[in-house]
Design a protein around this ligand. Structure first.
Ligand code: FAD
Length: 225
């Protein structure tokens, strides 16, 4: 699959930030980095009755396409397979912004919203690419450590594609923005940085002592140490 990425996405009526516009970004390198380093996303859609639903799920990006997957029996996957409009949100929480008032308290974050029409992937080669990308998204290198998917497993899985053509990023960094009257008061203010950390891996009960921790897990430990 080719990577025909554009550097900047067009700002559409839907993705134009109305609030805190200086925090908006439409640069693909920023958007891609936020998508690629977040383990999960939340995808929003309407159910058969038109009611909103938002589900957390794993994603992976291949070039200009975001892939989601799940059980062929899943309500979400069946609904999205019908080609409905969806909104996919990806969030990194980078810190608590502790201001001198509740009003000015905030969070530092990097987030992306992707809008588009879900497409059911039916081409077997694209399905294989997407499923491999999803495994690699979580644990880079893991695809080469596990057996190939069986035909039965692939048949039980639906893959949804979402084109990365209408998306925005929003990023907040830095200190609290307190009211001038609150500055200098004897109240602590600042930022509590937050990050995701991996603890020591716990082998499954049936793993023999002489089976080494694989490179993919070693890599994830190094990434989230
Ligand atoms: C961890 C976290 C905590 C937050 N907490 C709050 C909170 O408590 N209260 C609050 O009001 N807001 C909060 N926000 C910001 C929130 O996500 C919205 O940006 C904000 O509420 C404005 O929403 P809106 O629909 O009015 O924005 P608008 O500016 O009207 O949105 C227009 C378009 O801008 C883009 N956009 C807007 N927000 C984002 C975003 N976060 N990421 C990517 N693109 C975006 C989308 O394309 C959207 O369709 C938080 C964000 C994060 C990531």
């Amino acid at each position: 699959m080719t990577d025909s990425r554009t550097t900047d996405l067009p700002v559409t009526e839907r993705t134009r930030l109305r609030r805190e516009t200086e925090r908006g970004c439409f640069d693909r390198s920023t958007i891609d980095a936020i998508i690629d380093t977040a383990p999960i996303c939340h995808v929003g859609f309407t159910d058969d009755d038109g009611r909103p639903v938002v589900i957390p799920t794993i994603h992976a990006r291949v070039g200009d396409t975001l892939y989601l997957h799940g059980s062929a029996a899943s309500r979400a996957l069946r609904r999205m397979a019908g080609g409905i409009d969806v909104c996919c949100t990806i969030t990194h929480l980078d810190g608590f912004v502790v201001a001198r008032s509740g009003f000015a308290s905030s969070m530092n974050y990097r987030s992306v919203m992707v809008f588009g029409t879900a497409r059911l992937v039916t081409d077997p080669a694209e399905v294989a690419t997407a499923l491999a990308a999803i495994v690699e998204h979580v644990l880079p290198g893991r695809k080469g450590e596990v057996r190939p998917d069986t035909a039965k497993e692939i048949a039980a899985t639906k893959v949804i594609a979402l084109a990365l053509t209408e998306a925005s990023a929003k990023v907040r960094t830095g200190d609290p923005v307190d009211e001038p009257d609150d500055l200098g008061t004897p109240v602590w203010a600042g930022v509590v940085p937050l990050r995701m950390v991996a603890d020591a891996p716990q082998p499954a009960p049936d793993v023999a002592d002489d089976v080494p921790v694989p490179a993919s897990v070693q890599q994830v430990l190094a990434t989230f140490r």
